[in-house]
Design a protein around this ligand. Structure first.
Ligand code: SF4
Length: 300
């Protein structure tokens, strides 16, 4: 195992060991013992996992030909009313509690099955447990890159302490205003945290995406943005912020797959109670092109 990674993992586990009894790992900073009570994420200490499998639907440098080794964690520290992943993150269906040892074993299993990477999906509320499992997984021979696939609602200071442990950052930029993040996701300070996290991830990776000779990502940053129906201004604001605060050379995924899910209809939000129109999506793609984004993936 990479000596630097071992040292970084030990440093992280020591620095954040209070999370074993008082979880403050994400922006909510509940300060509760997750073995005895539930915080905002409503998830206990031991990680609950919906599935772990090879996934071919990520960006090409992540999925490659063999697949990205996704581990889907139950729950979330946000509460998006349109969550596209709601059976796992909000309804918490079909989730099984795993020990730290079992989480490490899942990573090894995915590596043996040929995964190009280990892709932690919705990991923010289980970050301390993930690092604990990595300590074990590296002793068992884990060697493929690690992908941190997050909403971006993380603590930038915690992400700074993950430097040298995680390899590929895959954060969202969902909203750029507190009004919208409060209205749709129940967290007013989303962009305050997300923008700081994106800057920190950019600093660590220099905004690059390093590929191997087969075009598979080894290190770097890909920022994702899901375009919401009738919210073109939000998408324009997100792209503008990336260009002005990071770079227009950063790799971005502009996603069109939105469908009205979870609680959209019961919350009476007619503007997002329909699929994304081709017209809205094209406006956003045209704007990205006008800003000079060259490393962008979009969906047909
Ligand atoms: S991970 Fe959960 S318990 Fe911990 S601070 Fe965040 S919301 Fe609270």
């Amino acid at each position: 195992m990479n000596k630097n990674k071992t040292e970084r993992i030990k440093f992280f586990l020591e620095k954040y060991k209070s999370n074993l009894e008082a979880c403050t790992i994400c922006p909510h900073q509940c300060g509760i013992d997750r073995n005895k009570a539930l915080g905002r994420c409503k998830e206990p200490y031991l990680p609950r996992i919906s599935s772990f499998n090879l996934h071919l639907g990520e960006e090409p440098p992540l999925s490659g030909e063999k697949g990205s080794g996704t581990i889907f964690f139950a729950g979330c520290n946000m509460n998006c009313c349109y969550c596209q992943n709601f059976p796992i993150s909000q309804l918490r269906k079909a989730n099984t509690e795993h020990s730290i040892e079992e989480l490490a074993d899942n990573m090894i299993t995915l590596q043996r099955r040929g995964a190009h990477n280990i892709n932690f999906v919705t990991p923010s509320h289980y970050l301390y447990q993930i690092v604990s499992a990595l300590d074990r997984a590296y002793q068992k021979g884990l060697s493929i890159p690690l992908v941190y696939n997050t909403s971006g609602y993380d603590r930038a200071d915690v992400i700074r302490d993950m430097e040298g442990i995680l390899d590929i950052y895959l954060p969202d930029i969902k909203y750029v205003t507190p009004e919208l993040s409060k209205k749709y996701s129940g967290v007013e300070n989303y962009f305050e945290y997300d923008s700081a996290v994106l800057k920190e991830m950019y600093r660590q990776t220099e905004g690059r995406l390093v590929l191997d000779e087969n075009g598979i990502a080894q290190k770097g940053l890909i920022i994702r943005h899901l375009v919401l129906p009738n919210n073109v201004d939000n998408s324009i604001g997100a792209l503008k912020w990336i260009k002005e605060n990071l770079s227009n050379q950063v790799f971005i995924g502009i996603m069109s797959q939105y469908f009205p899910a979870y609680r959209v209809s019961e919350k009476y939000l007619p503007e997002i109670n329909e699929p994304l129109s081709l017209k809205d999506y094209e406006i956003v793609l045209d704007y990205a092109e006008s800003l000079g984004f060259e490393n962008a993936w979009f969906q047909e």
